[in-house]
Design a protein around this ligand. Structure first.
Ligand code: FES
Ligand SMILES: [Fe+2]
Length: 363
């Protein structure tokens, strides 16, 4: 980072520190948190360039040459499986003049060819060819001309990336996801459907709206007939106890994980996972609560429970006994972001035979 950028980042930091000191606890964030370019830049530097972000499921790059690209703010990432089966995350920025290399959202390719002057990279990100190289011939062998490699981890089939050079410790997330979603066998799940929504709002509004369910009663009456969020604590406790007994009856144990507020300050990625019961008699998160897809993983019966996880700033996971949903949020600009929903079902499930897509994605 050059001096001007350092000065800009320092000024943003001062502004955000000031706004945080002014902020009254328990009240909505002050307007500049959503409208200031400097705060947005600070969000990008300290949140999205630092934390782990879920980009999808491994089945989206199942075969050698399969790739997907995703945008986070000004950054673009290519996730690609090479010929040996290794999945990598590469910056979607050509080493020659900085052009975007992949414009497509997904596909299969033998090489990554920059559209501008056709520098050609292999699937590991190494530069392999420069057309009409002339004086540049030696550049092919220069490892500095490989595409920039980003940190990537895959856990239970979920692809996480981090832009950080020294990423936050991911081990607590791995443990939490394995223990929470391993019983549903998300690793071998298949994607039934994906949907991306463009949102004309700052990313914080979208994420805040996702994590607060105070609005669920008035705004989502269908959801609220299944999920018992607004009931008195003792009723919820009794329902949760009954749900845990049903889950245990499947031979499944899903511990709750709380590694949220302190963990990123201590160098680890923030994660929490928790379980809630659906209303008595509701088996899953479908319209009416009836099964919509074959049971997943170790489940032999519908336990009427939902397992939720929050990972870092923008990745959320929800599992019922017969299907799951990945929710991922990505800022694009100060006032725009996108939310992607990815519905997962058991790996063997076949649309039309085992599930009706409309019923699965009803909400
Ligand atoms: S910018 Fe990619 S080849 Fe020139
Ligand atoms: Fe909502």
């Amino acid at each position: 980072m050059n001096n001007a950028l350092n000065a800009e980042a320092a000024a943003s930091s001062v502004l955000v520190d000031h706004l945080v000191r002014q902020q009254t606890l328990g009240r909505s964030l002050a307007q500049p948190f959503y409208t200031s370019d400097a705060v947005f830049q600070h969000d990008m530097d300290t949140v999205f360039m630092r934390h782990w972000l879920c980009l999808g499921h491994e089945s989206q790059v199942a075969n050698p040459g399969d790739f997907l690209t995703r945008t986070i703010g000004r950054e673009s990432v290519i996730v690609v499986r090479d010929r040996e089966g290794v999945v990598r995350a590469l910056a979607n920025v050509c080493r020659h003049r900085g052009s975007r290399i992949c414009a497509k959202e997904s596909g299969n390719t033998a090489m990554l060819v920059c559209p501008y002057h056709a520098w050609t990279y292999d699937l590991t990100g190494e530069l392999r060819a420069i057309p009409h190289a002339g004086d540049l011939a030696s550049a092919v062998a220069d490892p500095d001309n490989s595409l920039q490699l980003l940190q990537l981890r895959i856990v239970q089939g979920l692809i996480f990336i981090s832009f950080a050079v020294k990423p936050l410790d991911f081990s607590e997330v791995e443990r939490a996801i394995d223990s929470s979603y391993g019983p549903y066998d998300w690793k071998n799940a298949r994607i039934a459907h994906r949907e991306t929504y463009s949102i004309s709002a700052n990313w914080k509004l979208a994420v805040e709206n996702y994590v607060e369910c105070y609005h669920c009663g008035p705004s989502h009456p269908e959801y609220s007939t299944l999920h018992a969020l607004a009931q008195p604590t003792d009723r919820i406790q009794a329902m949760n106890d009954a749900m845990r007994r049903r889950t245990a009856g499947n031979g499944v144990n899903i511990p709750e994980v709380e590694a949220w507020w302190p963990s990123s300050r201590q160098g680890g990625e923030a994660v929490c996972s928790f379980r809630d019961a659906l209303y008595d008699g509701i088996q899953t998160g479908s319209d009416g609560g009836k099964p919509v897809a074959p049971l997943m993983g170790q489940f032999k019966s519908y336990d009427g429970g939902v397992t939720s996880a929050h990972v870092g700033p923008a990745s959320f996971l929800v599992a019922y006994a017969d299907y799951g949903v990945i929710y991922r949020f990505a800022p694009l600009t100060l006032q725009t972001c996108e939310m992607e929903l990815i519905w997962l079902v058991a790996g063997e499930a076949v649309e039309g035979r085992d599930y009706d897509l409309k019923k699965l994605t009803w909400l």
